[in-house]
Design a protein around this ligand. Structure first.
Ligand code: C2E
Ligand code: CA
Ligand code: CA
Length: 645
């Protein structure tokens, strides 16, 4: 095998040592070098003592004192060096410095020993030879993990020592010197073998650490998006929470759920939607920034932790929802999904990750139901609202509709003669657990829970029974939900119910809101046609709210327009008044009777009369009343001997 000088020099300079190996060497040396200095010091003191009477004081006291002091200082420095702070580069620097220092100290000791030689007698010379031999052997043993230094020390000590013996000493000491050299060469060989084994061991450790890291990474990563997975997320956020609680820095926890993802999955297939999820993850990372910890918890559910104040977190979350809501272009396919987000702030140090997650999830649930596509922050008030909503949901799910629900009727009055032409049926719920609940509260919940169809049919039954009790000229309005129109079975059941009651359908006005009609125009139109075929009429309810596109008045078979209360409330403002006038005129020209809702004041009534409005409904005339009260009122009114006004 050829000896490469350049490579040897490279090795001697400790220039190509991997970081982990250098750190391992450093750690081992830290344990052994103090021992090395101890051996050196003890041996030096011993030699100085045996030469005390034969050599001058500077040789036996001052020089050894300097050498020993230096050794002790170095030993202490090594012993108390902080272990944790060493990195690869630092360790390499340390190894180089140690090698140089070892060379220097070896040189100092050997110079001193050889200088002592000239003063020594035979026995003392033997001691010096022994001193040199044991010291070098000790050094080599302690420098096992720094072979460069071990070699340098051997060369620096042995070359002058041998040369000195060859030139000055007798045959015995020369023989001793050669013996020592032989042992040292063998020791260096053994040391190199050991070091090689050590190197292999460290390499194996590095490899196993790498494998461990890889396995850990795989176990903590969601393969679809490359984001951390649920396991990692919860472990990491627990640690983050503890740190932030300790430092008093804010921490906001968020959950994000995609809207309409299931529909996208059904339409576009799993493969494409996997790509979609990866694209969503990308946008999420862009919106939340590098400092956020973002994870995919499963399905279309993501979560994140932001180490910012609530205000910035809300801004970022809102931006994320907006960003995800923009269309995705995956190949030739354009997919739009939305995202809703729930946020929870980690306020107190006793909070745990599970309850924080629940809060964010709670807020997300609220966002999904009330403000889809936006971000909602959990708060005590929200908690109360949602608690109430849950109670409401439970009560509504377990309600006995026939027994707990009732209807009231609010009169509708003709403006020309104040004659009660009919009334609007309004639902009332008297829950045994919650007490009276407003329809504006329970109708949306019933719609959300899919209970509205059944409820509508029960209320319709009650309305039809009431209608049967009323004089034949009384017309009753009945509110239908958008969900009623969307369900063909419900529409059929409504038709059957009206037909089965034997009521004259022309005395029924079905009130539908614009949003109900817009939800699915074709379905709405076919339902309206069925109602028309029965003879019932259709009112466009809450006209003036929503988009109020006048074009629907032409497009859909509408018979009556109900002007929303907000129209009347805002009629103080000239522009609103002009608009109201325009709508009333439009209705008249189209031959559509209109009903103004929520009339509370005489001025409003007078204004509406001047504008040419046909009918009014509102507290000015009467609040909703029981069926019995309504019946008594209309019966009295139709009695020719009485007057309503
Ligand atoms: P809506 O159809 O616009 O009903 C009119 C609402 O205005 C009623 O509230 C009525 O009591 C109220 N109102 C009448 N006159 C005045 C007034 O002068 N001032 C004020 N401030 N309010 C007045 P209610 O009974 O609480 O019903 C609220 C909404 O709940 C209804 O609005 C309707 O959208 C829905 N709703 C009520 N009953 C039913 C039902 O049986 N089925 C369905 N699907 N929805 C219903
Ligand atoms: Ca209505
Ligand atoms: Ca209305």
């Amino acid at each position: 095998m050829k000896f490469h000088w350049l490579r040897f020099l490279d090795w001697l300079k400790i220039s190509s040592v991997p970081d982990a190996l250098a750190i391992a060497q450093h750690d081992e040396l830290q344990r052994q070098i103090p021992m090395l200095y101890a051996v050196l010091s003890v041996n030096a003191v011993a030699v100085a003592a045996t030469h005390f009477h034969v050599a001058p004081l500077y040789m036996t006291l001052w020089i050894p004192l300097v050498l020993v002091t230096m050794s002790i200082v170095r030993a202490i420095a090594w012993r108390f060096r902080p272990r944790m702070n060493v990195n690869g580069a630092g360790a390499i620097r340390m190894l180089r410095r140690t090698t140089l220092l070892a060379a220097f100290i070896a040189f100092a000791y050997v110079s001193w020993s050889l200088a002592l030689y000239s003063f020594a007698q035979d026995e003392q010379r033997a001691h010096v030879a022994l001193f040199i031999a044991t010291t070098v052997i000790g050094c080599i043993a302690c420098l096992t993990y720094l072979p460069q230094a071990a070699m340098l020390v051997t060369v620096i000590v042995m070359v002058p020592y041998l040369s000195y013996q060859l030139s000055m000493g007798g045959p015995i000491y020369t023989a001793i010197a050669f013996n020592i050299l032989l042992v040292l060469i063998m020791l260096i060989r053994v040391l190199l073998n050991n070091y090689h084994g050590f190197q292999k061991l460290v390499e194996a450790r590095i490899e196993s650490e790498r494998l461990h890291e890889e396995v850990t990474h795989l176990a903590n990563t969601d393969t679809l998006t490359g984001l951390p997975n649920r396991r990692y997320f919860f472990a990491k956020s627990t640690a983050l929470m503890e740190r932030c609680a300790h430092d008093g820095t804010p921490l906001v926890f968020g959950t994000i759920d995609l809207d309409r993802f299931k529909a996208a999955n059904d339409t576009f297939g799993h493969a494409l939607c996997d790509t979609l999820l990866a694209a969503v993850a990308e946008r999420l990372c862009e919106a939340l920034g590098e400092d956020a910890m973002i994870a995919r918890l499963g399905g279309d559910e993501f979560a994140f932790v932001l180490q910012t104040d609530l205000h910035s977190a809300q801004r970022m979350a809102q931006a994320a929802c907006r960003k995800i809501g923009q269309a995705f272009f995956l190949g030739d396919t354009r997919i739009t999904v939305g995202a809703s987000c729930g946020l929870a702030i980690c306020g107190d140090e006793h909070a745990d990750i599970v309850s924080l997650y629940d809060q964010a999830d709670y807020a997300l649930y609220y966002a999904k139901n009330h403000e889809r596509g936006s971000s909602i922050t959990y708060s005590a008030e929200l908690d109360q609202t949602m608690r109430f909503e849950r109670q409401l949901e439970t009560a509504l799910q377990n309600a006995d509709y026939e027994a707990e629900f009732d209807i009231v009727l609010q009169p509708i009055v003709r403006l020309s003669d104040f004659h009660v032409i009919g009334g609007e049926t309004l639902a009332r719920w008297n829950s045994p657990t919650l007490g009276p609940v407003e329809p504006a509260v329970f109708i949306p919940v019933a719609e959300r829970l899919g209970l509205i169809n059944r409820l509508s049919l029960v209320l319709l039954g009650k309305m039809l029974r009431a209608l049967g009790q009323m004089p034949r000229n009384v017309v009753l309005g009945f509110n239908l939900s958008a969900y009623d129109l969307a369900s063909e079975e419900t529409v059929a059941a409504i038709v059957d119910s009206i037909r089965g009651s034997g009521a004259d359908a022309s005395r029924i006005v079905l009130e539908l809101t614009e949003t109900a009609m817009l939800r699915d125009l074709d379905l709405a139109r076919s339902a309206m046609e069925e109602f028309h075929a029965l003879g019932a009429r259709i009112a466009l309810d809450d006209f003036g709210t929503g988009q109020s596109s006048l074009s629907y008045l032409h497009k859909l078979p509408i018979d009556v327009v109900k002007l929303d209360r907000s129209f009347i409330v805002e009629s103080r403002i000239k522009r609103s008044r002009d608009l109201l006038q325009a709508v009333i005129t439009l209705c008249r020209t189209m031959g559509l009777p209109c009903v103004a809702e929520g009339v509370e004041e005489t001025e409003q009534l007078n204004m509406l009369r001047v504008m040419g409005c046909d009918n009014i409904q509102g507290h000015l005339f009467s609040a909703p009343m029981t069926v019995e009260q309504f019946e008594a009122m209309v019966k009295q009114a139709s009695d020719p001997s009485a007057s309503v006004a």
